[in-house]
Ligand binder design. Structure first.
Ligand code: 9YT
Length: 129
């Protein structure tokens, strides 16, 4: 069994800070669960182009407000506390935060550590995934 506290993550290598978001990575590939599990804060006022070509991601908003826009067709969905979206088709999208959005995110396959978005907005696939 694995038990972790957010306080144990803050300020460590599993606290990944970028201009638009901060990701507390609570479970990683090395934890052996088959997925990674993050608490991510999307900063208020930001717009991020994301395209997880190599991962499926589910996201559950627990605080804050914003929207997701799919680049393929411009469809836009509001996000607020209680909204879940799952990128079941690796959808390329813009993520916009009106206020700080606290998101619980699950990645399959799991991320391995300190991944940040590349120029396409994706994360690399681990060598053995
Ligand atoms: C919702 C989302 O994809 N935000 C970007 C950061 C990512 N969730 C992460 O690595 O925690």
């Amino acid at each position: 069994m694995i038990v972790k506290q957010l306080d144990d993550i803050i300020g460590t290598e599993n606290d990944v800070d970028t201009e638009n978001w901060q990701s507390y990575r609570l479970l990683l590939k090395k934890d052996g669960m088959g997925f990674s599990f993050h608490h991510t804060i999307i900063r208020a006022g930001t717009e991020t182009l994301i395209w997880y070509k190599n991962h499926l991601e589910a996201v559950y908003c627990i605080q804050g407000e914003g929207e997701i826009e799919l680049t393929a067709d411009g469809k836009t969905y509001p996000i607020k506390k209680g909204t879940m979206y799952a990128l079941s088709g690796n959808e390329r999208h813009f993520l916009r935060a009106k206020s700080d959005m606290h998101m619980v995110c699950v990645f399959n396959p799991p991320v391995t550590g300190r991944e940040v978005h590349d120029e396409d907005g994706s994360y690399p696939l681990a060598a053995d995934d």
